[in-house]
Design a protein around this ligand. Structure first.
Ligand SMILES: Nc1ncnc2c1ncn2[C@@H]1O[C@H](COP(=O)(O)OP(=O)(O)O)[C@@H](O)[C@H]1O
Ligand SMILES: Cc1cn([C@H]2C[C@H](O)[C@@H](COP(=O)(O)O)O2)c(=O)[nH]c1=O
Ligand SMILES: [Zn+2]
Length: 208
């Protein structure tokens, strides 16, 4: 379990900031973990601001809500740069669904951390095809702390790192839940992808 790093309080030392990333497939517990860390920060009487992309209206327009109904109030933002103003005076900034932001999220997180803010970003590391998703790979590379969480494969019960899309839709962004996605392990994900792939064209074997 992730434990907050000790922050030295040398007299007159500048406030220390850093970036934490919580990544994994859908249903892996990213949002639960984000809420757990933010709740602890509030218990420690730190000033906490929470953001999510405005397009993520799945469960609630404002709250960040986990698949098992844990929730915390957040501010929806259309673009990452809005967070710089809105987070003024915060000790801790939490961001859910990081994959939906554009690449400027990385610079925004860096600026906040450079200014002494603890930044915690939760997001999908891979999309439904297993491709790195949005700004997440760059954030993973530049964060001080990275936690990869795992779901349970709905096919075989092993640990799952993939989000398998059950419908034929090729847009990278498609909001959904268990109606559209399943957590799957690598072999079960590959099996599903092969089953979806169009059958190769039949070639004539006739010889002349
Ligand atoms: N296949 C699954 N594997 C693990 N947890 C699942 C699965 N399907 C549903 N859940 C539920 O999802 C919860 C995690 O939800 P959440 O934190 O919102 O995940 P994430 O943000 O990674 O999608 C689990 O505690 C569990 O109750
Ligand atoms: C894999 C994948 C997912 N999405 C969407 C589906 C959900 O609305 C969110 C992920 O939410 P969670 O908190 O991680 O469960 O992202 C998508 O738009 N595209 C994808 O490829
Ligand atoms: Zn499996």
């Amino acid at each position: 379990m992730f434990i907050e790093p000790r922050v030295g309080n040398r007299h007159n030392a500048p406030r220390r900031g850093w970036i934490e990333v919580v990544c994994g497939s859908m249903f892996s517990g990213k949002t639960e973990e984000l809420i757990r860390r933010l709740t602890r920060a509030r218990i420690a009487r730190q000033r906490v601001e929470i953001f999510k992309p405005a397009l993520d209206t799945r469960y609630h327009a404002e709250d960040v809500v986990s698949h098992n109904a844990a929730r915390i109030r957040s501010t929806p933002v259309a673009v990452a740069s809005e967070m710089l103003l809105l987070a003024a005076g915060s000790d801790v900034v939490g961001i859910d669904e990081g994959q939906f932001f554009d690449s400027s999220l990385v610079e925004v997180c860096q600026q906040l951390a450079n200014n002494g803010v603890r930044v915690i970003v939760a997001g999908l590391d891979m999309d439904y095809l297993g491709r790195p998703f949005g700004p997440m790979p760059a954030l993973l590379a530049t964060a001080e702390f990275v936690t990869k969480v795992h779901a349970v494969c709905v096919c075989c019960g092993e640990i799952a790192s993939y989000s398998y899309r059950m419908v034929a839709n090729e847009s990278q962004v498609m909001l959904g839940e268990t109606d559209l996605y399943e957590a799957r392990c690598r072999p079960c994900f590959l099996e599903g992808m092969q089953a979806k792939a169009p059958a190769p064209e039949a070639h004539s074997t006739a010889t002349h």
